[in-house]
Design a protein around this ligand. Structure first.
Ligand code: SF4
Ligand code: SF4
Length: 430
């Protein structure tokens, strides 16, 4: 069903019949009420710019750059217009222009895509990122570091959302614990932020997959999925990492690539679009993307032991790139219910929280307004808020850290792992 929907989406603006059915689902339109900040408005702008590039003035550029790429509009569009994809393609083409003429904050963070390549592109860079994140959480140095004059306020805010405990090793160095009688081999996609900042979640994913009878391999040569660079208008870098990941998968002997970060999963499932028309890489990328599965989908299918329902309540934020881009909503709930949690639904749980890659850094005002609305929608007295994407977790946590009686935030995999640990089905500490 999901594959069917993905094959139906079109990058052709002429498919838009201007019906406006997408408007109500667009978070930037909900906040601004302005047509140019809606999917229909953005399609209209793209059409006009294609006809006459001189029409690209600052207002048009800002309206297109304000798109969260959340894909909410794509899910409801009867003509299957891929507005998020279209805007993303435009950004890749217009990257030099945005650097030259875009607003100051936008330029500053677009320039960051190069240093980000060094941080996210190798285990050494990730170790440095991990160390920096630990320093930021340090009770003395942390406050000092985030108040340095060159640190933008949006980055200081986001630092409040970092997890309290950040490990000293990358998750890819965690040893496998295969159980006898494994039924299949899977490759765990370790990612970049997940590998460094949320390394424990990757280790927990591995434990749960092994509990379900799978052999898990975590190739050391895999790289970042490339989503941040793709969204930031640097597709060349995304392509280089995609090649490294495809080769790592082919060598691993695994049948499935398991991924626990919604943004990475959505990117990995679209790798073939990076190589359109390439006779060598397009077919290999297509084979790779059909092997990609979200971890909650795999775990729900493994039918892990059922734990008796307890009193612990969880509400779920459905990340845009899990719900709208991949159509996955049921499986995280199934996994947590099986692990004994009570799910309390949040209003519009699939509305973007404002994180959207590095959108919360490049567009702090809109991101904070979307975060405020998200926090307002969290049900009362719920103990946990789960989100299967590192960006959403950090962003939502940053909005909750100074609120009394706020729920704790965690990846749903961590919650499931904790329930199985308490039940004695997974041993030791992570
Ligand atoms: S993008 Fe789709 S839903 Fe939106 S106006 Fe065009 S056809 Fe209608
Ligand atoms: S991708 Fe999201 S923000 Fe962009 S036009 Fe569609 S609904 Fe609006």
């Amino acid at each position: 069903m999901e594959a069917e929907r993905r094959s139906e989406i079109t990058l052709d603006t002429s498919q838009c019949v201007h019906c406006g059915l997408c408007l109500a689902s667009c978070p930037t339109y909900q906040v601004s009420g302005i047509e140019s900040e809606s999917p229909r408005g953005r399609i209209f702008l793209l059409e006009r710019i294609q006809d006459d590039p001189t029409l690209l003035n600052d207002n048009a550029m800002r309206a297109l750059d304000d798109c969260l790429d959340c894909r909410a509009c794509e899910e409801v569009c009867p003509a299957h217009v891929a507005t998020g994809h279209l805007v993303e393609s435009w950004r890749a083409q217009a990257a030099p222009l945005l650097l030259e003429r875009g607003p100051q904050a936008m330029k500053q963070f677009r320039r960051m895509t190069r240093p980000m390549r060094l941080l996210l592109g190798s285990p050494l860079g990730l170790k440095f990122l991990q160390w920096l994140a630990r320093l930021t959480r340090h009770p003395y140095f942390g406050g000092w570091l985030t108040r340095l004059p060159f640190v933008p306020p949006a980055a200081s805010n986001l630092a409040c959302g970092l997890p309290a405990h950040i490990p000293h090793r990358l998750s890819r160095s965690y040893p496998p614990h295969p159980r006898p009688g494994c039924t299949a081999r899977v490759m765990l996609f370790s990612g970049c932020i997940m590998d460094a900042i949320y390394a424990e979640t990757n280790c927990h994913t591995q434990d749960l997959l092994e509990l379900g009878g799978l052999e898990v391999v975590v190739p050391a040569e895999q790289r970042c999925c490339g989503a941040l660079h793709m969204h930031g208008g640097a597709p060349e870098q995304a392509r280089r990492w995609a090649i490294a990941n495809i080769e790592a998968f082919e060598r691993s002997g695994a049948a499935t690539v398991v991924v626990n970060a919604a943004g990475c999963g959505s990117m990995l499932k679209e790798y073939s679009s990076l190589f359109s028309g390439d006779p060598v890489w397009e077919p290999r990328a297509r084979q790779f993307e059909t092997a990609v599965e979200d971890a909650t989908v795999v775990l729900a299918s493994l039918k892990l032991p059922e734990i008796e329902k307890g009193a612990t309540t969880v509400t779920l934020q459905d990340p845009c790139h899990l719900s709208h881009a991949q159509g996955i909503r049921r499986e995280p709930r199934q996994m947590l219910t099986r692990a004994g949690y009570q799910i309390v639904e949040m209003k519009e749980s699939d509305r973007c929280c404002g994180s959207a890659g590095i959108y919360n850094l490049t567009h702090p005002q809109m991101a904070q307004e979307l975060l405020r609305r998200k926090i307002e929608d969290i049900p009362d007295r719920v103990e946990w808020l789960g989100a299967a994407n590192p960006g959403c977790l950090m962003h939502i946590q940053s909005g909750l850290c100074d609120r009394p009686k706020a729920p704790e935030t965690a990846h749903p995999i961590d919650l499931a792992w904790e329930a199985y640990r308490k039940a004695g089905l997974i041993g030791g500490v992570s």
